[in-house]
Design a protein around this ligand. Structure first.
Ligand code: ATP
Ligand code: LTN
Length: 332
């Protein structure tokens, strides 16, 4: 059977959140261990500068993210793990694909609209072009499957459209990728606004659990989580988004199915649910935190991992880029 290529990325725009961990990274590890998959994961640092970054912070966050991914169980030997900016083909393919993408398509993107509002003083071309760079990431590796949280579904659609469009003009070149969005946990909500997603760049620290937060911080943030009116503990994301968010987190952290969880909390109070959720999250993240410290303390090792990943990613990326340039008609 042909190996499936799995590709995904995460921005080093801050510390990994519980949302990133549950919605994406934890899933990456599971996919990586499924048979017949060849996985490639990037730290999407080029995407991150679409919002202004302090140079020292960007450098630190990129290395932190590499260590976080290793701690989460990403296997840099069997899979490929690298920094996007180390493989120049991303930028180059992104330019080429720009010429097969319409301004109207980019204008409609939800994330572009949201980030334009949030960063009204810096609506740069990169912010608008973000999905094209993401398409370049995915298409460079002839990716079959892209595991992402629900917020990235629209970008995946664009990547598919660009691939199909290019293939229609020049003949079969790109694999048309599919999104893999988990059924539960694809959108972990902010603890302060259960209708919004938990996001790395949320300015309110109580809204976000960082995977490196201390036990005390995790407990205090979950205790302060906004819940819903009434007192019944049921899974009903529409009418009880706050309680349902906690139930989702608890179900994943404990690996317990929702039905039995809801039964367990019949007749109990929100406070009980909060304490159980906090304890389960602390337990889930404890080994992760310990492994992180080990990896992060050795920067030389992290640099070797990044270099090794970039070298292997470049071999594939170079080949695809050459094929694309040839098809377009560049003199090679
Ligand atoms: P930023 O706030 O800087 O936009 P982010 O927290 O949204 O960052 P990304 O690096 O853009 O994180 O996303 C990495 C992965 O995590 C993506 O697959 C994304 O869909 C997923 N993800 C992000 N937030 C959540 C969430 N709250 N619930 C589930 N998955 C999420
Ligand atoms: N835009 C993504 C991060 C990302 C990505 C990718 C995800 C960059 N390149 C390629 C999947 C495939 C995000 O999660 N915000």
């Amino acid at each position: 059977m042909k190996q499936k290529v799995i590709y995904s990325g995460i921005q080093p725009s801050g510390i990994m959140t519980l949302g990133n961990y549950i919605g994406a990274v934890n899933e990456w590890r599971e996919i990586q261990n499924e048979e017949n998959n060849f996985c490639i994961f990037e730290v999407a640092d080029l995407h991150t500068i679409t919002v202004r970054q302090d140079p020292a912070a960007l450098r630190k966050n990129s290395l932190d993210m590499l260590a976080l991914l290793l701690a989460a169980g990403i296997d840099f030997k069997n899979s490929i793990l690298y920094l996007q900016s180390h493989v120049h083909e991303h930028s180059e393919l992104s330019w080429l694909l720009n010429c097969y993408t319409y301004v109207g398509e980019m204008n409609r993107m939800t994330q572009f609209k949201e980030k334009s509002e949030k960063h009204a003083d810096n609506i740069n071309m990169g912010l608008m072009d973000y999905p094209v760079l993401m398409a370049a990431d995915i298409l460079l590796f002839k990716t079959d499957v892209v595991p992402v949280g629900i917020d990235q579904r629209q970008h995946l659609e664009i990547a598919r459209d660009i691939a199909l469009r290019f293939n229609n003009i020049y003949g079969d070149t790109f694999t048309v990728p599919e999104a893999r969005v988990r059924k539960m946990g694809a959108k972990i909500a902010s603890l302060q606004n259960p209708l919004a997603k938990m996001s790395k760049s949320d300015p309110n620290p109580n809204a976000v659990i960082g995977v490196l937060n201390s036990e005390k911080e995790i407990i205090s943030k979950i205790k302060k989580a906004v819940t819903d009116s009434g007192s019944e503990i049921i899974y009903d994301p529409e009418n009880k988004p706050g309680v349902s968010n906690l139930l989702t987190i608890l179900s994943i952290a404990r690996k317990q199915d929702m039905d039995s969880l809801v039964k367990e909390f019949e007749g109990k109070m929100y406070g009980h649910l909060k304490i159980a959720t906090a304890e389960a999250v602390v337990e889930m993240l404890r080994p992760f935190r310990e492994r992180y410290e080990e990896f992060r303390s050795d920067e030389w090792y992290l640099m070797q991992v990044a270099k090794y990943g970039a070298e292997r990613a470049s071999v594939i990326a170079e080949k695809t880029l050459k094929e694309v340039k040839e098809k377009i008609g560049f003199v090679l």
